[in-house]
Write a protein that binds this ligand. Structure first.
Ligand code: ZN
Length: 276
């Protein structure tokens, strides 16, 4: 007999998930677990604990556990595990990046405008930065980002830019290092405080961690510079790299990720933090 993923009692005749067996104690149907159903399970468990059934419409069908029912000794709400693990990873990031300030690094609005300028002028290799026309526009954009510590960046600002896949292309190393922890914590908060499907994990990973190339504008040479991912990662301390890998590990554990991304993320952890 196997344990029900929702209530934790030993009620399944086949190994979950995906048996489609309905548990008689909580009435959870043992579906395959993907990102959607994992969050359904999180809610179903809370329903079971607070209301007595995985969904209140099944209250008449469920039966209470008896002395003969055996519950897995380590059973814990998925909600509790996500909050505990998510908070641990969040604290690692906050500690590792606590002293990071933006200084003269490129800001989000500035980076975003760079992208528009490029779109009007062609790809970076053909682009010439026109100081007379662009410098004031970029300075105005930069003035919109007033905070100097990443913990103070308004959520609305982070959310305004995260869905731009080229977001971190145009942040220089200082800007990238400054916005990276803000986005990692923002994504974790989605898990910790929202009992809902989290679509932003992969966006953050793609934009900030797995991105192969960066093209920040260098005002001194009035052109873009090219940097590889390794050159950006090289500015992080081992504590900061380790915090990023713990963040990735958390995502691998709780988020549904397609096989290609999963492989890339595992390779990243293997390359940069093999001890995790
Ligand atoms: Zn159950």
């Amino acid at each position: 007999m196997y344990f029900c993923l929702c209530c934790g009692y030993q009620t399944l005749y086949e190994k979950p998930p995906g048996t489609y067996f309905v548990c008689p104690i909580c009435f959870w149907t043992d579906v395959d677990l993907d990102s959607w159903t994992r969050f359904e399970l999180r809610k179903a468990q809370l329903n079971y604990v607070h209301q007595g059934a995985s969904n209140k419409e099944w209250l008449a069908q469920v039966r209470p556990p008896t002395k003969q029912d055996y519950r897995h000794p380590q059973w814990k709400l998925l909600d509790t595990k996500i909050r505990e693990d998510g908070t641990k990873v969040k604290n690692l990031i906050i500690t590792a990046f606590n002293d990071v300030h933006r200084e003269d690094g490129i800001s989000l609005h500035e980076s975003d405008l760079t992208m528009y300028i490029i779109n009007y002028n062609g790809p970076p290799s053909f682009f010439r930065y026109d100081s007379s026309c662009h410098r004031q526009l970029l300075a105005d954009a930069r003035a919109k980002d007033v905070e100097t510590h990443w913990k103070d960046i308004p959520t609305q600002t982070l959310e305004k830019f995260i869905f731009l896949s080229s977001l971190s292309h145009y942040l220089d190393k200082k800007g990238w290092k400054y916005y990276l922890p803000a986005y990692l914590v923002w994504s974790l908060n989605k898990y910790i405080y929202n009992r809902w499907h989290n679509e932003c994990f992969i966006d953050v990973v793609n934009s900030f961690i797995l991105k192969d190339t960066h093209y920040p504008l260098n005002y001194e040479i009035e052109d873009f510079e090219f940097f590889s991912r390794d050159e950006y990662l090289a500015i992080l301390s081992s504590e900061q790299l380790s915090a990023i890998c713990q963040f990735l590990h958390f995502g691998l554990t709780y988020e549904w990720i397609d096989e290609v991304y999963k492989k890339n993320i595992k390779n990243f952890i293997q390359d940069y933090c093999p001890t995790i």
